[in-house]
Design a protein. Structure first.
Length: 513
């Protein structure tokens, strides 16, 4: 059993990296299984063709995304824009004719960035050089004292290098991490855990290379997670170029950072998860849930992350209703709240489901951007969402991901893969007729951990982490044709899952969030 559990964790690892693993080296791509038509393809061909045609001719979904991004804009948890977006979304669902439209109240944190800046000073040929850094404070970071912090830099690539330094070399300094780019799992690990890890050694502040593979002097924010046992120190992301500059300069001589951040927390604010449904004709209590998160960061427009996810899933459901299709089970669209800096929406949804968990037939989350989809990812095997931080002393390297072997799954899980390969055979016309091991999302994490099968679009994943959590996450990054293909795929998959006789297998597991 232990070996099996380890295997499932590796499957989950692939799962968590969907839209992520394919960002790195080609060898990191999850195995993709081809379509294999069966009885579901025969039964649902006519309905699926109608859905595909309607979705590929639909402009309403993208228009709604344009309105959300341009006229409501960024919508960080606790901001008035977030609640404006929720109210607007509810009206959109009602106008589309969805049933049981409701806002499920959720209290969310209100983190406020305020003004912020960072400069470095070092010895130049003609005297000291002062250079502003391209920086963005990390979400949930504390600010600096008024007037800022001025301290020498200690540069490290990874946790192993930090651990190897004597305390005296870290205490009172600004730790700068540049772990390189080995995919989002590793990059975000330094962002979320790096601040407290440096604080434990007495550091005064942290600057971390942005979690991206693209260097265009753009800092990428994202949440940090403080270890309550350590002092909270101000922390910011810097551009790839600035991280590399500090790395070069630190080899030559002393570099000093001046960091000023007004970041702070304000009292929690009432927001909510937004829900709408097509109520099932035969088994209304059984639910296929799909959606994304309505909150974003406080920079850019939250267009790919995750405006594209909520609008594509919404349009997918809306089209099923528009076409007059009546699935046997309920299809529920959810715009979860507070994914970016807390996960309160996902937890509140799990709590609301309570002991009806067994009636949650499938959970589909789209939170990897609306890039060109290749097929559907299937996970739901639980396990950690991100790779665990390396143990002290261990080098941070790209984790080895064992290949996926379907033969090692349970018969029920193998049947589920077969059903999905049957379903995706309906999607050949839009080029999304594959199934990949690995799917899910953090909003559905709490129900997936209790055994609900998880799915998500598997895309080419070429540029998502170029724009993610930056000022550049704007509408122009979302290609209308790719957006439609995601909508079309999700619409067919959700409809068939809600109407077919059997259901997919899930797997209870621990989600370390
Ligand atoms: Zn997201």
């Amino acid at each position: 059993m232990k070996r099996f559990a380890a295997l499932m964790t590796s499957v989950a690892l692939l799962a968590t990296q969907s839209g992520v693993a394919q960002m790195g080296a080609p060898g990191e791509r999850p195995t993709t299984l081809a379509a294999a038509p069966g009885p579901l393809a025969t039964k649902y061909k006519a309905d699926a063709d109608r859905i595909l045609q309607a979705a590929m001719n639909d402009n309403d979904g993208y228009a709604a995304l344009a309105y959300l991004t341009d006229h409501i804009g960024k919508r960080v948890s606790g901001s008035p824009q977030l609640n404006t977006a929720i109210a607007w979304g509810a009206e959109l669902m009602r106008k589309a004719g969805l049933q049981n439209v409701q806002v499920q109240p959720v209290m969310v944190p209100r983190w406020v960035r305020g003004n912020e800046s960072a400069t470095i000073q070092y010895k130049g040929e003609a005297g000291p050089i002062t250079k502003p850094l391209h920086m963005l404070g990390l979400g949930m970071s504390v600010g600096t004292p008024k007037g800022g912090i001025t301290a020498p830099v200690v540069f490290v690539h990874d946790f192993a290098e930090l651990d190897a330094l004597p305390d005296a070399q870290v205490k009172g300094k600004v730790v700068v991490y540049n772990p390189g780019w080995h995919g989002y799992g590793i990059g975000s690990m330094y962002r979320t855990g790096g601040p407290s890890r440096a604080a434990a050694r007495g550091a005064a502040a942290v600057l971390v290379r942005s979690a991206t593979g693209l260097a265009l002097q753009i800092p990428h924010t994202g949440t940090l997670r403080y270890d309550e046992k350590q002092p909270k120190i101000p922390s910011a992301a810097i551009s790839v170029e600035d991280a590399l500059l500090i790395e070069r300069l630190a080899k030559e001589g002393p570099v000093t950072v001046h960091l000023e951040m007004e970041a702070h927390m304000e009292p929690d604010v009432k927001a909510g998860n937004l829900l709408g449904e097509i109520v099932g004709s035969e088994h209304p209590e059984q639910v296929v849930v799909l959606g994304g998160h309505i909150d974003s960061w406080d920079v850019g427009q939250g267009a790919q992350d995750d405006g594209s996810g909520i609008m594509a899933t919404f349009e997918a459901v809306s089209l099923i209703h528009k076409l007059g299709l009546k699935p046997k089970r309920t299809i529920r669209i959810v715009f979860w709240v507070n994914e970016e800096n807390g996960g309160a929406g996902g937890r509140a949804y799990r709590q609301w489901i309570g002991d009806r968990i067994g009636d949650q037939v499938a959970a589909i989350e789209m939170d990897g951007g609306a890039e060109k989809p290749l097929g559907i990812g299937y996970g739901g095997f639980g396990g950690p969402r991100r790779p665990a931080p390396p143990a002290p002393g261990a080098a941070a390297s790209s984790a080895t991901r064992p290949g996926f072997d379907i033969g090692t799954l349970t018969p029920e899980e193998q049947r589920s893969f077969a059903s999905l390969r049957d379903i995706v055979s309906l999607l050949g016309a839009i080029g999304t007729d594959t199934v990949s091991p690995g799917g899910g999302g953090s909003d559905i994490g709490p129900i997936v951990a209790d055994g609900v099968p998880a799915l998500s679009p598997h895309t080419v994943g070429e540029h998502y982490f170029d724009w993610h959590h930056t000022e550049a996450d704007t509408l122009d990054k979302v290609d209308p044709d790719s957006f439609k293909r995601n909508t079309a795929m999700l619409s067919v998959v959700a409809y068939v899952l809600a109407d077919m006789d059997g259901r997919l297998a899930g797997r209870k597991g621990e989600v370390r969030e």
